[in-house]
Design a protein around this ligand. Structure first.
Ligand code: ATP
Ligand code: MG
Length: 413
């Protein structure tokens, strides 16, 4: 993509009312537009990052045998009443509205109820099980405080997966598979070393739910970490009993702040029973289906990546989720640079080409702010020497690479 065509622009200042570092940088770099507190729109560069993250999650979900679909945002009150989750005293993040011709609707903050009800059309026998379905969807939540930028939105993108299983054993095996898949997702987006499987409250059926917590000073949660075992305990469930049960040593647990990037739950048969999702087993008996629910905050993940990797010059994207791999800068050598751009793109390399009529200093500063993994500079000297200057965003040193070798250089890494 040519940067002269990009309608977004970088700016020096972030909005005054924006406290969080992730949103400040993303807004300054033109990745995100702030509509109001806790409500952000994703501009072309930001959308590319979201799509990259979704791509990784999608690969991992499909590898588990899950199927993608999309549910609706408007939800029926009576379904949530069946499970006692319509009442604002039980769920404090509902947005609700009235229909013109009477009756209330809810705006989807989660989807266990509508998906389970929908599955009654497709699941009636043990032969129909298991079913694993997921979606990427904008969730709406009336969050009391929205001060962590895109990490706590009133509108945000979540991947949510629901498993419908015949037996507890089948459920447990899949649940463990999801844990492994989630850990791979966090590894692939670059947060593998700082994200921990965490025992937390909220298991409707089991003693714990499992969270995935990324260690960060901007985190809102406190977790107790066992670095050797690579597990953590959320403060909310930390007791001597739990410590003993998990076989960790209270003395070596490290207290840290962390951001919840994922959360998975077992519901047992309760929710399907409440909503009337039963199947006929091979002995003819009617049984409730076993439900599991698994969420990853896609936009929150993007926010924590920004918090984790950015520096005083701007954003720093891990290659796997960068909007483009290469930032190509023409410094008064448009003809040569355009040729390089076309060659790289033809080789399938994702390039943002700064072809704007701007000063070198401005282009360099902008390139640092945008944070693409590789910067390639074609200047007047390159035309004579046949070499380009290549610099990694995370590295101070420049490297000279023959223009003729650039495709090979990028294809190989
Ligand atoms: P929190 O405790 O942070 O409010 P939650 O426990 O209510 O989150 P879940 O219902 O478990 O969230 O949602 C699944 C995932 O969606 C979370 O692990 C998180 O990554 C993401 N998420 C939840 N709320 C938000 C939000 N307001 N903005 C962005 N992402 C969110
Ligand atoms: Mg949670």
């Amino acid at each position: 993509m040519r940067q002269s065509q990009l309608f977004t622009r970088s700016r020096r200042e972030a909005p005054k009312d924006e406290e969080s570092r992730n949103a400040q940088l993303l807004i300054r770099a033109g990745y995100v537009h702030k509509e109001m507190a806790g409500v952000y729109a994703y501009m072309p560069l930001g959308l590319r990052v979201i799509e990259k993250i979704k791509g990784i999650v999608r690969e991992e979900m499909n590898a588990l045998g899950c199927q993608e679909f999309i549910m609706t945002s408007l939800q029926r009150k009576e379904l949530w009443e069946k499970t006692d989750r319509w009442d604002d005293r039980n769920v404090d993040v509902w947005f609700k509205s009235e229909l013109k011709n009477g009756g209330q609707v809810g705006f989807g903050w989660s989807h266990e109820e509508p998906i389970t009800d929908m599955m009654r059309n497709y699941i009636s026998s043990y032969r129909d099980l298991p079913v694993y379905g997921y979606q990427f969807q904008t969730k709406l939540r009336n969050e009391l405080r929205a001060k962590s930028g895109i990490m706590r939105g009133r509108e945000f993108v979540m991947k949510d997966l629901y498993s419908y299983s015949r037996t507890e054993e089948e459920h447990k095996a899949f649940y463990d598979g999801v844990i492994a898949a989630y850990l791979r997702v966090f590894e692939r987006v670059g947060l593998g070393n700082s994200t921990f499987l965490t025992f937390a409250s909220g298991g409707a059926f089991t003693q714990f739910s499992h969270e995935f917590q990324t260690v960060s000073d901007v985190g809102e949660d406190i977790i107790y970490l066992d670095r050797n075992k690579k597990i953590a305990i959320n403060q909310e469930v930390l007791t001597d009993e739990v410590v003993a049960q998990l076989g960790v040593d209270r003395g070596t647990l490290e207290e840290v702040k962390a951001v919840e990037v994922g959360n998975i739950f077992s519901f047992g048969g309760t929710k399907c029973e409440q909503l009337g999702l039963f199947f006929k087993d091979d002995d003819g008996s009617q049984k409730p289906v076993i439900l599991g629910s698994y969420g990853i905050g896609i936009t929150r993940l993007m926010g924590i990546v920004v918090e984790h990797f950015s520096d005083d010059k701007g954003l720093v994207w891990p290659e796997a989720i960068a909007p483009f791999k290469v930032h190509l800068l023409s410094l008064g050598a448009d003809e040569a640079a355009t040729k390089v751009y076309e060659t790289l793109v033809a080789a399938g390399i994702e390039v943002l080409y700064d072809d704007r009529d701007a000063r070198a200093g401005e282009k360099f500063a902008d390139s640092d702010l945008l944070g693409l993994p590789y910067r390639v500079v074609i200047g007047k000297r390159s035309v004579e020497s046949g070499e380009a200057e290549v610099k990694q965003r995370t590295n101070e040193e420049n490297e000279m690479v023959a223009i003729a070798d650039l495709v090979k250089y990028f294809v190989d890494r």
